[in-house]
Design a protein around this ligand. Structure first.
Ligand code: GLU
Length: 422
C-alpha cells in the first residue's frame, strides 16, 4: 500500500532489481522491459450482496513478464490492495520463478476488500464475478493465479469452477490448471497448503548447513500467523526450534521457554487470532522486534522491517517469508549490523514451486505422493540456495543481490536467444 507521501512499493522493487542489474551488467533494454509490467488489467465489477443491494469492487491482474513461461502468481484480497502494491508483487514473482528455475513468468492480482466484512455466499459471488471479469486474461497456459493473503484453496476452487463453466464443454477438465492451490479433492496437490512454510524451513536448514548452526539450538520469532507463518512455526517447532514469539493482527505473544505452536493454532482458530493465548505472555508489537532470538521470520505484509526496527533486532538471521517485508533503509542497517538476510524470492518460493508441481499433475492427470512433492521441493529450494551462495562469492555482494543476479542471468539469456519481436 502507498499512503500519501510514502514511497512507491513498485519503485522499491525496481530499485532492488536494478542494484543487481548493475552488478551483472544487464543490458539497458532488458532493464527497461523489467522496470514495468507487460500488462496491467484493472476490472470494476458489480456484485449483489445478501441484503439485495449492489456494490462495485475493483480487481487487478498485473502480468509482469512471461519470457520464461506463463504468467504466474497469487491473488490477494486485502483492504490495502492497490495498483502500486500489485505491480511490485508481480515483479517479485518474475524474479522468484526465474531464480528457482521453474518455467513460469510473474504476475499478481487482487481485490481491494476485507473478506471478513462479507458472508461466504457473498465472497463466492465476488470471486466468481472477478474471475468472469478477468475472462481470457487468465488461462492454464497463459496466466495461472494461486492463493495469497486473504485467499485460500476454497477461493481457487471457485475460480477454477467459474473458468471451467465458461469454457467449451470439451475443455472443462483440460482447464483445471488455470489456477493452483486448489483443494486436493478438486485437483490440488498434496503438500501445496503448507509448501511456502516448508520452503521457509528448508531455507533455514540450508543456512544451518552453511554456518554450522543447529535447528534445535535456534530461538525463532515469527510475525504473521496466517497460512505461511503458522505452517512454518509448526514445522520449525517439530524440527526442534524454539518459537519464542508470534504476532498477528490481533496481538503479539511471547514465551522464552518456547510456545506450544499446536495449542496456539487451536487457540487462534477458535479466537480469531493469537491475542490472549494462555500459554504465553502478551507483548507489544515493538517488543516482538526486540525479542531475544536467533532468527526473525516476517511472514505477514510488506515494509514491516523498518530502519527503526532493524536497529533493535537481536537476531543473526532474517528469513523473509513474506514478500517485500524489509524497507531499503532497513536493508542498509541490517548490512551494517551484520544481520544476514535470506531474501523473499528465495525464502518463500516453496509455494510457487509446489504450484508448478500441481500444474504438472493437472497436465498429466496424475497425483504425486507426498514424498515425491516434498523431495522435489527440497531439491529445488536447496539448488537455488547453492546457486545464490556461488554467485554471491563471485560478485562479493549480499544474498539478495546474488539471488537477483541468478534470476536476471536466466532472463537475459532467454531474451538474448529469442530476441525482441518483430
Ligand atoms: N502467492 C504466493 C507467492 O507470493 C504463491 C504464488 C503461486 O503459487 O503462484 O509466491
Amino acid at each position: 500500500m502507498t499512503a500519501v507521501g510514502q514511497r512507491s512499493l513498485h519503485q522499491a522493487a525496481v530499485d532492488q532489481f536494478q542494484r543487481a542489474a548493475a552488478l551483472v551488467d544487464l543490458k539497458a533494454s532488458y532493464q527497461e522491459i523489467l522496470a514495468q509490467p507487460k500488462n496491467e488489467i484493472i476490472v470494476n465489477f458489480p456484485v449483489t450482496l445478501d441484503d439485495g443491494s449492489m456494490k462495485v469492487f475493483t480487481g487487478y491482474r498485473i502480468q509482469h513478464n512471461n519470457i520464461l513461461g506463463p504468467f504466474k502468481g497469487g491473488l490477494r484480497f486485502h483492504p490495502d490492495v492497490d495498483l502500486d502494491e500489485v505491480k511490485a508483487l508481480a515483479a517479485w514473482m518474475t524474479f522468484k520463478t526465474a531464480l528457482v528455475g521453474i518455467p513460469f513468468g510473474g504476475a499478481k492480482g487482487g481485490v481491494t476488500i476485507n473478506p471478513a466484512d462479507y458472508s461466504k455466499e457473498e465472497m463466492q459471488r465476488i470471486v466468481r464475478r472477478f474471475t468472469h471479469a478477468l475472462g481470457s486474461n487468465i488461462g492454464p497456459d497463459h496466466d495461472i493465479p494461486a492463493p495469497d493473503v486473504g485467499t485460500s484453496s476454497e477461493t481457487m476452487d471457485w475460480v477454477m469452477d467459474t473458468y471451467a463453466n465458461v469454457s467449451p464443454p470439451g475443455f472443462r477438465h483440460a482447464v483445471k490448471g488455470v489456477v493452483t492451490g486448489k483443494s486436493i479433492e478438486v485437483g490440488g496437490s498434496i503438500g501445496r497448503e503448507e509448501a511456502t512454510g516448508r520452503g521457509v524451513l528448508y531455507s533455514l536448514r540450508h543456512w544451518c548447513g552453511e554456518t554450522g548452526a543447529r535447528l534445535d539450538d535456534l530461538k525463532v520469532a515469527v510475525q504473521g500467523f496466517g497460512n505461511v507463518g503458522s505452517h512454518f512455526a509448526l514445522l520449525a517447532r517439530e524440527a526442534g526450534c524454539s518459537i519464542v514469539a508470534v504476532a498477528d493482527h490481533t496481538g503479539t505473544v511471547g514465551n522464552v521457554d518456547g510456545i506450544d505452536v499446536d495449542k496456539l493454532r487451536v487457540w487462534a482458530n477458535e479466537n480469531g487470532g493469537v491475542a490472549g493465548f494462555p500459554g504465553a505472555t502478551a507483548l507489544t508489537t515493538e517488543e516482538l522486534f526486540s525479542q531475544e532470538c536467533d532468527v526473525m521470520v516476517p511472514a505477514a505484509l510488506e515494509n514491516q522491517i523498518t530502519a527503526e526496527r532493524a536497529k533493535v533486532l537481536k537476531c543473526k538471521l532474517l528469513v523473509e517469508a513474506a514478500n517485500g517485508p524489509t524497507t531499503q533503509e532497513a536493508e542498509v542497517v541490517l548490512a551494517d549490523r551484520g544481520i544476514e538476510v535470506v531474501p523473499d524470492i528465495l525464502a518463500n518460493a516453496g509455494g510457487v514451486i509446489v504450484s508448478y508441481f500441481e500444474w504438472l499433475q493437472n497436465k498429466s492427470a496424475r497425483a504425486w505422493s507426498f514424498e515425491d512433492v516434498d523431495d522435489r521441493l527440497r531439491d529445488l529450494v536447496w539448488k537455488a540456495h547453492d546457486g545464490v551462495v556461488e554467485r554471491r562469492a563471485e560478485l562479493n555482494c549480499t544474498r539478495r543481490e546474488a539471488a537477483y543476479a541468478v534470476a536476471l542471468d536466466r532472463i537475459a539469456d532467454v531474451y538474448d536467444r529469442r530476441g525482441i519481436f518483430p
